[in-house]
Design a protein around this ligand. Sequence first.
Ligand code: ATP
Ligand code: MG
Length: 338
Amino acid sequence: MIETRGLTKWYGEFLALNHLDLKLEEGDLFGFIGPNGAGKTTTMKILATLLTPSEGQAFVGGVNVVDHPEEIRTMVGYMPDFFGVYREMRVSEYLAFFAAAYRVPGKERQRVVGDLLALVDLESKADETVGALSRGMQQRLGLARALVHDPKVLILDEPASGLDPRARVEVREILKELSAMGKTIILSSHILPELANVCNRVGIIAQGQLRACGSIDYVAAQVAPPRIHARVRETEPPAESGPEEDGLAQHFVTASAAVESLRQNLGCEVALGDEDHPGMIMVTPGGHGEVGPGQVAQALLQGGFELAYLEPVNPSLEEVFLHLTQDLGLGQSPVEES
Ligand SMILES: Nc1ncnc2c1ncn2[C@@H]1O[C@H](COP(=O)(O)OP(=O)(O)OP(=O)(O)O)[C@@H](O)[C@H]1O
Ligand SMILES: [Mg+2]
């Protein structure tokens, strides 16, 4: 439904988008995630026909955005990151105005406005002036505005920015509803966890390049290999310890020895859990994932330890985000789910 091929944008000497290849299927709710200045707004403006690319192509519904901007605008609803609001207008007039601008027939406008106000839960504010709405309400009004011509595709630039947690949840619910209506949605954010439970796919962008793309689980697993958590059973107490030796202390002795042994054998980071995970051995594989659960189990057994527990643990979304958006230098190829 949305595709970019080698999409590139120079602002003068500055390369803001560097050969971006994106592909969204119909019905996708796609999270476009990256730090400030990554190129999210640039990409979205190109897709919304508000900016022309320097190189490469972009298509919505198979239509080239540069060649057929009028056609694209009927298909796409765009919500900018900052939108000038007409503060003196009443909420219902505001939506009716944009409906007219998008050539919604006069006799349908009232119904369209009513439906949209219901969707974004602003019915009670229909007669207020736009300027009297809170930030969150204005944001929802912006969403309604992007929907006046019932577009198939929604391009939403940071729809949840500046909202309190409750308003964020509300926006998320509206997005789920729109997705269930069959719309293809691309939305941007700085925050990966925020999108984790709404988006079916995410793309992570930094310095104008796509760093990873796919389901959140896929991206997480590809980018930072899972940690391995393990526990070992107590071995025979050393001869010098008395019969009243504390069992937990003994446990630590065994676990510490196992940590030391793993460090030497695996050559990667191995830590012993703190009071939250007493006795837990936590192995962080190197960047290339050559250390897996099998290697950990084998190394422990060879070291004479008895394995009690072993589990791969996926990195947190914050860790994934930091890992992907760090300065890798140019020329890095993205991790992409097939
Ligand atoms: N009109 C412009 N002229 C010059 N440089 C620009 C222009 N617009 C954007 N840039 C630069 O291009 C890069 C990408 O900007 P863009 O707005 O696409 O980033 P973003 O991912 O949307 O960031 P943010 O999260 O802060 O909104 C930034 O370094 C920005 O400074
Ligand atoms: Mg932006």
